[in-house]
Ligand binder design. Structure first.
Ligand code: CUA
Length: 323
């Protein structure tokens, strides 16, 4: 029986490893959350064991055999004073952690808007200009980055468990969060508020980089899209224009300036497509374009399953070349 319990708990904990887990902190804020979890857990276990022991004692002992005044001591001491002191200590420990995120003094600001079902990401530079990206968040280590959160149509929630707490994203109202990442790596984020048919398919990757790598990446991300590198990509750009993709998507430096869907200026360099649901290989791009509606139910983009296979290949070559 005991062995079975141990095996079951190991099985449950095995899901806690990895890049989307509060038990695997990669930043100061997530470390605070994890400390809070363990202290609260320890306090709860202590309280439960103490009250359980008292309960077992009073139900096993004959009232006649119980020393005088024991009953009062157990009820007042164990049932009132001890829990009040313990819960008071836990409250005192946890209150300072609820410091308002708005007070953070972020070196860099990122505006993130939750759409149906993807993420609009705008990096605000010190001069006030913005670099638009989508479905991937990049952050430098060793520096606090402020996140200004908003939503377009319904309430979503922003959560990267390995980097810090979760905050609701509410249409018409800005909410704030800030991260101080410490370990370079890739951490998964997920929408954590039910927001419709494709809620479970609304994820993203957070790439934490060294400050030098991040500065280099941001400079590259701010540039316009590269010109198609070969004949097939040129033909792909023509398919992109013919199918009217630019009505919804932007590719900076071209005539595609749509704002409805994700910015595609550097889509070829992203680690995933479709808001974290596919890996971004050529096959994945083709599959997503041709079967959007079945891969992401109720999304605004229709399935482009009428495009001829060679045109689809060219379109994918063009998009993969947008690095
Ligand atoms: Cu967006 Cu759930």
């Amino acid at each position: 029986m005991r062995l079975m319990l141990i095996c079951l708990s190991l099985l449950a904990l095995s899901a806690c490893e990895g890049r989307q887990s509060v038990l695997n902190p990669a930043g100061r804020d997530a470390q605070d959350v994890l400390s809070l979890i363990w202290v609260m857990f320890g306090g709860a276990v202590l309280l439960w064991l103490t009250l359980g022991a008292i309960f077992v004692y009073v139900t096993r002992v004959e009232p006649r055999e119980m020393p005088r005044r024991w009953g009062e001591i157990l009820i007042v001491g164990g049932g009132v004073i001890f829990p009040v002191i313990l819960l008071g200590a836990l409250l005192t420990y946890s209150l300072p952690m609820m410091k308002p995120q708005r007070d953070a003094d972020p070196g860099l600001k990122v505006h993130i808007t939750a759409e149906q079902w993807w993420w609009r990401v705008d990096y605000e530079l010190p001069d006030g200009s913005r670099v638009t990206s989508a479905n991937e968040l990049r952050l430098p280590t060793g520096r606090r980055t402020g996140l200004v959160l908003n939503a377009h149509k319904v309430i979503h929630a922003f959560w990267v468990p390995a980097l810090g707490g979760k905050v609701d994203m509410i249409p018409g109202r800005e909410t704030y969060l800030s991260f101080l990442p410490e370990e370079p790596g890739v951490y998964r984020g997920q929408c954590a508020e039910f927001c419709g048919a494709s809620h479970a398919l609304m994820a993203f990757e957070t790439v934490v980089m060294t400050p030098e790598d991040f500065a280099e990446w941001l400079t590259a991300e701010a540039e316009a899209a590269p010109a198609p590198a070969n004949g097939e990509a040129v033909r792909g750009a023509q398919v992109f224009a013919r199918e009217g993709c630019g009505a919804c998507h932007s590719v900076r430096g071209t005539r595609a300036v749509g704002q409805v869907g994700p910015d595609l200026t550097h889509v070829g360099s992203r680690r995933s497509i479709g808001a974290g649901i596919l890996n971004g290989s050529e096959e994945d791009f083709a599959r997503f374009i041709a079967h959007t509606e079945s891969l992401k139910p109720e999304v605004a983009m229709p399935s482009y399953d009428h495009i001829a296979p060679e045109d689809l290949r060219a379109l994918v070559a063009y998009l993969k070349g947008l690095t």
